[in-house]
Design a protein around this ligand. Structure first.
Ligand code: SF4
Ligand code: SF4
Length: 133
């Protein structure tokens, strides 16, 4: 079992991709998504984005992000906020955040308890920092 699976396994419930609006995409997210979809920026913009002033979000279809179909169709090019969910660093700051996130995400293994969860999450985050250096 991978270390991450001790605290989280996605159940593909779609909750985090549900809603009439989505996370917003920063410049880097936009670049990565365009690259991942292998289309021109204007094509991606008209087909997949909702642009409101300077805010760029993904379009929604039937109450879900346009890329949701029993999973993320743009997984490798998804925005950083999507990558971060549900192992959000705020969990380490406050146990309440842990419970709030665990209630929203059935993939969180809350049964292992807050202390143990944080211990593993810290280790995973440290390893990720080392990889990104
Ligand atoms: S809410 Fe959690 S379990 Fe459900 S799709 Fe999102 S990450 Fe996966
Ligand atoms: S980009 Fe992917 S992970 Fe993010 S909301 Fe859309 S379908 Fe979900």
């Amino acid at each position: 079992m991978l270390e991450i699976e001790r605290i989280f396994t996605c159940r593909r419930c779609g909750f985090c991709c549900h809603g009439e609006t989505t996370v917003s995409l920063d410049e880097n997210d936009q670049r990565q998504m365009v690259q991942c979809l292998n289309l021109h920026r204007e094509q991606v913009k008209s087909k997949y984005w909702r642009v409101t002033g300077t805010t760029v979000q993904m379009q929604t279809v039937d109450g879900y992000c346009i890329f949701y179909d029993q999973g993320c169709l743009v997984h490798a090019g998804r925005p950083w906020r999507c990558r971060q969910w549900p192992l959000h660093p705020s969990i380490l700051d406050d146990e309440l955040n842990f419970h709030i996130i665990a209630e929203s995400c059935p993939g969180i293994r809350a049964e292992i308890g807050y202390e143990e969860f944080c211990r593993i999450l810290r280790r995973i985050m440290t390893d990720m920092e080392k990889i990104s250096c």
